[in-house]
Write a protein that binds this ligand. Structure first.
Ligand code: HEC
Ligand code: HEC
Length: 175
């Protein structure tokens, strides 16, 4: 029952993102721009939240169940159903947080992981489905593309920014 498209996307997400740290961030030649406002305001929480500690606690809580499906381990999984629980935490850390240049608090209320605390949760689910659709329906069907497994993931667009696509390099018209 495991969908191949899902698997390869998950793989791309987990693997492709590991080394990437703010690669496409604001370069020296980019003119200063107002920071973009996210759909959530986490400015107050960012300093107090300890992501390493939160992840350590979560890893401990799923000990022995890392290979079981997320949907069997966590109470409210709606789109990452086919992902093993251990990998879900890696996707949260690298695929989601690092790609967007944020921490867990951007989408979650710390400790209440299943709670729909913020609108970014719904956006992230939609972005996951969108990325999967791009991979399954479009990019793999372009015959001229030579890559073994052409795919996009969160980092492809976000590049360490919560709101990508606005801070274009000077000279780029961007339409
Ligand atoms: C960009 C938004 C986003 C970020 C950042 C994020 N998450 Fe998530 N997280 C989600 C979404 C969306 C789900 C639900 C996935 C689904 O429905 O399949 C989720 C699910 C989870 C779950 C399972 C919840 C349950 O009980 O069903 C845990 C645990 C979790 N996240 C932990 C973390 C941790 C730890 C971090 C930081 C390292 C983090 N998340 C960062 C969006 C995010
Ligand atoms: C094809 C490009 C693309 C991909 C792939 C992509 N995103 Fe996005 N994402 C965007 C754009 C564009 C925006 C809107 C930015 C804006 O509001 O100007 C956005 C916005 C968001 C937001 C709202 C940010 C905020 O704080 O307002 C979240 C959350 C998000 N994306 C999560 C994800 C996650 C998680 C993934 C991977 C599963 C992902 N995105 C993959 C292009 C993409």
């Amino acid at each position: 029952m495991i969908h191949m498209g899902t698997l390869s996307f998950v793989l791309a997400c987990a693997l492709g993102l590991l080394p990437a740290v703010n690669v496409g961030g604001v370069g020296a030649t980019t003119p200063a721009q107002e920071p973009l406002t996210s759909i959530v305001d986490n400015s107050a929480q960012d300093t107090t939240f300890d992501q390493e500690a939160a992840l350590a606690k979560l890893r401990k809580s799923i000990e022995g169940k890392e290979d079981a499906l997320s949907s069997e381990v966590f109470p409210d999984i709606r789109v990452l159903n086919d992902v093993p629980a251990g990998r879900l935490l890696k996707i949260m850390e690298f695929g989601f947080s690092r790609s967007l240049g944020v921490n867990c608090v951007h989408c979650h209320e710390p400790g209440k992981w299943a709670k729909e605390a913020k609108p970014t949760m719904a956006v992230a689910r939609a972005m996951w489905k969108m990325s999967r659709a791009i991979n399954d329906e479009y990019i793999k069907k372009i015959p001229e593309i030579q890559a073994d497994n052409p795919s996009v993931n969160c980092m492809t667009c976000h590049r360490g920014e919560a709101k990508p696509g606005r801070n274009r390099p000077s000279g780029a018209s961007g339409r």
